[in-house]
Design a protein around this ligand. Structure first.
Ligand code: BGC
Length: 723
């Protein structure tokens, strides 16, 4: 069916639907699997489906359950409109990939496309049509638990990942049996929660909204994202669920989005708690008229819609528009033609292939933070004794936040190392538990470490400490883990720390005691194998940090693309007073954005520009500048380098960030190999959005500085003159 056929079909259906049936299409209820706030209610969903008063259900798990519920809607309701089934398939269905923040560290959007393709195939085969992913909330808040679900602090990196993931889920044809509809969430600025406390206030200027938070959404919509989810936050005083400027003016009108805006879980009802509505009817009115099309779990649209329509508070046009969007999604997914899924073809477990993909991706996400004296890769020649200690050494709890019921546990690091090093004498002791304060096991861990030639110490944060509603006020290792690190490091046995976690952790109090640190994040189902691949050198690490690692939590928020101040701190003049810094702490982070080492070395030469000046009018007409960066592998092993390009606009009408990432490319080079990495810059990269609510994007004349390097601590600079 063509888009034109869809529209005429929508028109016919709208003519036949009662007002109740229309509001029914705007209702999404939860299946009983979910027992969270509000919970799921299978019977209520079935009853509503039977009456034709339900548009969608979330959290139905399994092909059989999805078919059974669909049959009720299609065969028993008056109009037989199929349901659309949604689920949070965030980084895997059966095959859990690394958490999204880890994926961002690969600096390679192909990894997220791979996750999306595997997830879509597994999910759709089980009757899921729609995932509530990708999350594209740029965030500067490591305290915020949902940073694990994000792709970090940079809008350019997040945009690249958002587009790749949308395409990976959706492909070219949503009717295909291995594709699902994506959902760009959370619209918008949810990652700006004050203090990192989930659901908290966000007060944001128009220019920051447009330059920082909106770009990934705009690109995702451009890439065809079928749906968008509203955020739980306020945006400068108005809850995102009742925010016509973002939902309607920008998303639907300026960008021409014709898909569904779904609320977040009870997000419409929460307008009352926000203090933005006195009662449910008002919550429904504000949300519907602002541009929310479908209500997740709470039922204010269905309960009060008819009265709102009768009183004129809601127009028939707006109601029909919302319904049309829901029907359009179902038509795009081909649900009217094929409402059911072939139960015999449902994928019920990860395949060898999907596991291999998850392992490769997890390896690409690892960031080598530190490697003094080339301790890594481990010397694996001949049988040796290796201690593998720490609370996460023999743990399968490495999948990360958002995993589905029944998803297989992760391969523990201990098992991965044993498989990789069959001739090595590997001994294990946990030492401490992830969060407990009992230190009585530390002595055993120390003894195991003392008796070994090298020790792999796996510490960090359990998945339960990141994700939704999982903010932390401290970013150090939980429980007694730091004591364990000190004790094990004190043995003098060469020690590699493998850090697991869903956010940047503060490690400054112990990092200098160990020679090597590897950030493995929450690596997913193949965790142990992927970590072993990196530790043994089968895989050369090439990931980079997608977030700044602060020295202490007191520095937060600390991010690479901060705005300039009138009194910047100058590292060349550290004693200067009255500058923007802390008195009790050295300036700068523990590790900068874009940092990551390798087992080989690289040299980046001065960048070359295809031209040194370009006119605003030319740029506006589509002209571009090419930046070529020669990169050479100067070490003895094949490895990956991420060449990074940053832009700095030193004098603009609106003060610009000290640097903006505007290009990155991960390349693999053999020893001695050299390559030119080329970036193309156009008006979209060079200009910026002003504070004008109507949306004004400008390119200003003046000097632009282009910086290149292999982290945000760039090495080389060129000037481009905009005339
Ligand atoms: C989260 C969303 C999620 C939804 C449905 C909410 O609590 O904020 O990201 O998609 O639940 O599970």
């Amino acid at each position: 069916m063509t888009g034109h056929d869809h529209e005429s079909r929508i028109g016919e259906l709208l003519n036949r639907m009662t007002v109740e049936e229309k509001f029914g299409q705007l209702q999404q209820l939860a299946w009983a699997w979910d027992t969270g706030p509000g919970g799921g209610d299978t019977e209520a969903a079935e009853a509503a489906a039977r009456k034709g008063l339900l548009g969608s259900v979330l959290n139905v798990v399994g092909a059989g359950a999805s078919n059974a519920l669909q049959r009720i809607a299609v065969e028993e309701s008056r109009l037989g409109i199929p349901l659309v089934f949604g689920l949070d398939v965030i980084h895997g269905y059966h095959t859990t990939f690394p958490v999204p923040l880890a994926q961002a560290a690969a600096f390679d959007p192909a990894v997220t496309a791979k996750d999306a393709e595997v997830s879509a195939r597994e999910a759709r085969s089980n009757g899921v049509h729609w995932t509530f992913s990708p999350m594209m909330d740029v965030t500067r808040e490591p305290r915020w638990g949902r940073i694990a679900e994000s792709t970090g602090e940079d809008p350019y990196l997040t945009t690249a990942y958002a587009m790749a993931k949308v395409r990976g889920y959706q492909g070219d044809d949503l009717t295909a049996p291995d594709r699902i509809a994506a959902c760009a969430k959370h619209f918008v600025a949810y990652g700006g929660a004050e203090g990192g406390r989930d659901y908290n206030t966000v007060d944001v200027s128009e220019q920051r909204l447009r330059n920082l938070y909106l770009p990934p959404f705009r690109a995702a919509v451009g890439a065809g994202a079928a749906t968008v989810m509203a955020g739980f936050n306020t945006i400068s005083g108005i809850p995102a669920h009742a925010h016509p400027h973002t939902l309607t003016d920008i998303l639907k009108e300026e960008w021409g989005f014709d898909g569904v805006v779904v609320s977040d879980w009870t997000g419409v009802l929460e307008l009352i708690a926000h203090g933005a509505a006195a009662h449910e009817a008002e919550a429904a009115r504000r949300s519907l008229t602002a541009g929310v099309d479908m209500e997740m779990v709470s039922t204010t649209f269905a309960d009060h819609g008819r009265d709102l329509l009768a009183s004129g508070a809601l127009t028939r046009e707006r109601l029909d528009d919302a319904v049309a969007r829901v029907l359009r999604l179902k038509l795009r997914l081909g649900l009217f033609e094929s409402p059911y899924v072939a139960e015999s073809a449902a994928l019920t477990a990860p395949s060898a292939e999907s596991r291999a993909a998850a392992r490769e991706v997890a390896g690409r996400c690892v960031v080598l933070l530190k490697n003094d004296d080339g301790l890594l890769p481990l010397d694996t020649s001949g049988p040796r004794a290796l201690a593998v200690v720490g609370p996460f050494a023999d743990s399968g709890d490495l999948l990360g936040t958002w995993t589905l019921p029944g998803a297989p546990e992760a391969v523990p690091v201990l098992a991965g190392l044993r498989a990789a090093l069959p001739d090595t004498d590997i001994r294990h002791a946990a030492g401490v538990s992830p969060e407990g304060l009992d230190t009585s096991g530390i002595a055993e861990a120390v003894a195991v470490a003392e008796a070994a030639d090298a020790v792999v110490l796996v510490v960090g944060e359990p998945p339960a400490l990141s994700g939704e509603a999982a903010a932390r006020s401290e970013l150090g290792l939980p429980g007694a883990q730091e004591q364990l690190v000190r004790a094990v490091a004190g043995t003098g046995t060469p020690c590699v720390v493998v850090l697991v976690g869903g956010r940047p952790l503060t490690i400054g109090t112990w990092a200098d005691r160990v020679p090597a640190i590897v950030m493995a994040w929450h690596p997913g189902i193949e965790a142990g194998h992927a970590v072993a691949d990196v530790l043994t050198g089968a895989v050369v690490p090439g990931g980079k940090l997608p977030v700044t690692f602060p020295r202490t939590v007191g520095q937060v928020p600390l991010y690479h693309n901060h705005e300039r101040t009138g009194r910047p701190y100058d590292p060349a003049a550290p004693g200067t007073k009255y500058v923007s810094r802390y008195l009790d702490l050295d300036a700068g982070p523990e590790f900068v954005f874009g940092h990551g080492l390798s087992y080989t070395t690289f040299a980046l030469d001065e960048p070359r520009l295809s031209r040194e000046r370009i006119g605003v009018t030319e740029l506006r007409a589509g002209a571009t500048v090419e930046v070529a960066v020669p990169v050479r592998n100067t070490g003895g092993r094949e490895g990956d380098e991420v060449v990074q390009l940053y832009l700095q606009d030193p004098a603009a009408t609106i003060a610009q960030p000290v640097r903006r990432l505007c290009g990155f490319r991960r390349v693999r080079l053999a020893p001695g190999e050299e390559r030119q990495v080329r970036f193309t810059l156009g008006a979209d990269d060079i200009g910026y959005w002003t504070d004008d609510p109507a949306g004004e994007f400008i390119v200003e004349p003046g000097e632009l500085h282009l910086h290149t390097g292999n982290s945000s601590r760039t090495r080389a600079r060129r000037t481009l003159l905009i005339t």
